[in-house]
Write a protein that binds this ligand. Structure first.
Ligand code: ADP
Length: 318
């Protein structure tokens, strides 16, 4: 089918609301199923008045199974933002449990669905979803994705601000993981970025890796990136839907089960992925790296390995 039923789990939140809005505008979405433990029916009623053809239904806390019925794509921004006094471990434990329980429901009700994970830490939550589905005997690695599109979006935007290029034509592959030093932008592979060196290069890399901190600081206690994240989530969802519809040549970085560094015990990695009717059709290799990028990759791998193992250990202990 060209058009698909899409669910958003966590649709009432800071990311979930604008994400639901943007998905209502996507012509590939026929039906939008909005679920949250609070607020989803209200968001659904509001978004449903927008004059596009898709049907919108909101589901309250006790209607998760109904929300997942017949769904082809599930996008998960559900979670808790970090509150004052909360440690990173507190955040991990809360979001890990939320994502684990949602994955179990998907495995039960809509085991054929493609799952797009936004809830952080993505480097750990994607292995969690995968392990839960594996336990349930319904895991297909071609259908589980960590959404890293915001890193690609930031890289294009920040590079374009330096070079004066149009960000829409500035395509930067960003590989590795989805937090801090695990984010590896490959500027050497872009027309606009390949000649950047020295301090300008270092600063841009840092800005792409830690761009989220700019938003946290500017929001001053009111949260983290939600609008740009919603845009990135909607863009990745659209790419997947076009791939599912049979469109050719859709290649974008996303964090998936990957053979690229499996020999180093790292079995999830983001690299440019070709999307098609089955989800992941092809994992592209990284291509040639500059010496600086080799260093970034060397810093990424041990951190990423720990993040992945933490996710797996969480499910093993659950
Ligand atoms: P963010 O800025 O990351 O979007 P929010 O706290 O604004 O953070 O949004 C997270 C949303 O996830 C909230 O609306 C919250 O109710 C929702 N949520 C939390 N736990 C669950 C769950 N188990 N299932 C669905 N939604 C959930």
């Amino acid at each position: 089918a060209r058009q698909q039923k899409v669910a958003v789990l966590g649709a009432g939140g800071g990311i979930g609301q604008p994400l639901s809005l943007l998905l209502k505008l996507d012509p590939y979405v026929t039906s939008l199923s909005l679920y949250d433990i609070r607020g989803a029916p209200g968001v659904a009623a509001d978004v449903s008045h927008i004059d596009t053809a898709s049907e919108v239904t909101g589901y309250p806390a006790d209607k998760l199974d109904e929300a997942l019925e017949g769904v082809k794509v599930v996008v998960i921004p559900a979670g808790v933002p970090r509150k004052p006094g909360m440690t990173r471990d507190d955040l991990f434990n809360t979001n890990a449990s939320i994502v684990r329980d949602l994955a179990a429901a998907i495995g039960r009700v809509s085991p054929e669905a493609h799952i797009l994970v936004i809830s952080n830490p993505v480097n750990s939550t994607v292995p969690i979803v995968s392990a839960v589905l594996e336990k349930a005997g319904v895991y297909d690695p071609r259908r589980v994705f960590g959404v890293t599109t915001l890193d690609v979006v930031r890289a294009a935007r920040f590079l374009s601000q330096i070079t004066g290029s149009n960000p829409q034509d500035t395509v930067v592959p960003v590989v590795g993981g989805h937090s801090g030093a695990t984010i590896v932008p490959l500027l050497s592979q872009t027309e606009q970025g390949k000649s950047l060196t020295g301090e300008a290069y270092e600063k841009l890399i840092h800005r792409i890796q830690f761009g989220g901190d700019e938003v946290v600081k500017a929001k001053d206690g009111a949260g983290s990136a939600t609008l740009s994240m919603a845009y990135a989530g909607a863009r990745f969802t659209n790419a997947l839907l076009r791939g599912l519809a049979g469109e050719k040549g859709i290649v974008t970085p996303t964090f998936v089960k990957s053979p690229l560094f499996a020999d180093k015990g790292i079995d999830f990695f983001s690299s440019p992925i070709e999307l098609g009717p089955n989800g992941v059709e092809k994992v592209h290799p990284l291509g040639p790296l500059s010496p600086s990028e080799e260093k970034l990759l060397a810093a990424c791998l041990p951190d990423l390995k720990k993040n992945i193992e933490k996710g797996k250990a969480f499910v093993a202990q659950s």
